[in-house]
Design a protein around this ligand. Structure first.
Ligand code: NZQ
Ligand code: ZN
Length: 390
């Protein structure tokens, strides 16, 4: 059993971390920077102006591209590649949450490699490098600030696809928990679910693992859950925001799978990506819909794996099937506490038979893949899970 852990991102953590931006860009030899951001939150909070000023004061040349939407779109990525080429950009600075970072990663691929960037997301070709990126994080959720992953939605067919490679891991991540004080309640809730799910998915492998990693993993899930609940009552609880931010980064940089036989299961994420790609719901909300359905469908494969997590996260004493079922119930309670939908209906999605088939076509890559590691899912299994989640 071999597992690989590679996390090269320099992390600068704490209050005012964003003020290190010019120093970090200079360290990276950034000559011409693309400053990439989302809708209005960074402008409103004053962060964008602060960063603009820091770059100007330090004579760092930059161009800007804002407007990244949640579930980031391919068309803006293409615009970013064009703008960056015109301005000889050699470094991309992402200022925002997962969508902005993922969009920056895609621009990095498109800038560095020949041909159409979408090929890397369909899996048709693999990138052989990326223009480097750095991050100022404003939302704790996806872990994209340290991850090897980027997820983009192609508006042509509403196809949401990921590309994974070490090339896109950010060179640096400036993590100031105070920058997340303004994150709206709902966004904090879906973000917390996502953080928890990145570790939950890694826990459910089917081969060997190590107890130490299981214990770190369950501590992360518990801490994220508790911190997530705290910020709902007090959005400016520094300690809770800091726990969430660090949990976000550690949950998805690979550490939580060290010693595990596979990278994890990931069926919930794959099934969810098709859901948010088609219906434009928040990723964390989609995960809250899919996970209980997936868990109740697969737990019999190894109930003790579920009850171990239940014991370490919730203090559940029962083992075997009883423990597994209690664990699933506890996660549902937790997602309810985060005001998540637990079914598509609750998210306002009335799934038609036609849409179900479309989800299945997309999730199976039109018959070319199965999903999962804890239990391998064929198309029929996926159908049952989507129906349970309906
Ligand atoms: O656009 P603005 O105005 O900035 O508002 C954003 C956006 O509306 C707002 N926001 C961000 N920081 C804020 C803030 N509002 C107030 N104050 C702040 N400090 O939050 C909204 C959501 O932002 P978004 O970046 O979309 O959220 P998130 O970080 O959850 O990213 C979700 C995307 O990441 C993908 C998801 O599928 C989804 O597309 N994922 C990426 C992963 C990766 N690259 O490793 C892994 C994940 O599993 C996930 O799939
Ligand atoms: Zn996720």
């Amino acid at each position: 059993m071999i597992s690989r852990y590679y996390s090269p991102t320099r992390v600068i953590f704490g209050k005012k971390a964003e003020e290190e931006v010019a120093k970090e860009l200079k360290l990276e030899g950034a000559k011409s920077v693309l400053l990439h951001y989302g809708g209005s939150s960074a402008e409103k909070s004053g962060l964008l102006d602060k960063v603009r000023n820091l770059l100007k004061e330090n004579d760092i040349k930059f161009v800007e591209l804002g407007g990244v939407k949640p579930n980031p779109r391919l068309s803006l990525v293409r615009e970013g590649i064009k703008l960056s080429k015109e301005n000889c950009v050699n470094f991309i600075l992402a200022l925002g949450g997962g969508s902005v970072i993922d969009s920056a990663k895609a621009i990095g691929y498109g800038l560095y490699n020949e041909g159409d960037v979408w090929d890397f997301y369909t899996g048709e070709r693999k990138p052989y490098g990326s223009t480097p990126i750095g991050v100022i994080l404003t939302l704790s959720a996806t872990g994209s600030e340290l991850s090897d992953s980027s997820v983009i939605t192609n508006e042509d067919g509403n196809l949401k696809r990921g590309c994974n490679s070490d090339f896109c891991r950010p060179r640096f991540a400036l993590l100031n928990p105070e920058l997340t004080y303004t994150v709206p309640k709902y966004q904090s809730e879906v973000g917390t679910v996502d953080i928890m799910m990145h570790t939950i998915e890694r826990f459910f492998h089917s081969g060997e693992g190590i107890d130490f990693t299981d214990k770190i993993a369950c501590t992360l899930i518990k801490e994220a859950m508790e911190a997530g609940l705290k910020v709902l009552n007090d959005p400016e609880d520094y300690d809770a925001r800091a726990s969430l931010m660090w949990a976000s980064s550690l949950s998805h940089n690979g550490l939580m799978a060290l010693g595990n036989d596979q990278r994890g299961d990931w069926a919930c994420h794959q099934l969810e990506h098709e859901l948010s790609g088609m219906f434009d719901i928040a990723h964390g909300a989609g995960l809250a819909i899919i996970f209980p359905a997936w868990a109740s469908y697969v737990y019999k494969e190894n109930p003790d794996r579920f009850s171990k997590m239940g014991s370490l996260v919730f203090g559940i004493k029962e083992t075997g099937e009883e423990g597994a079922l209690k664990t699933i119930e506890k996660f549902k309670e937790c997602f309810r506490a985060f005001e998540m939908p637990l079914s598509m209906k609750e998210a306002g999605i009335e799934l038609t038979d036609e849409q179900l088939e479309e989800l299945l076509d997309k999730a199976t890559f039109y018959g070319k893949r199965t999903l999962g590691a804890f239990k391998t899912l064929e198309r029929e299994d996926m159908k049952r899970i989507y129906l349970l989640a309906k």
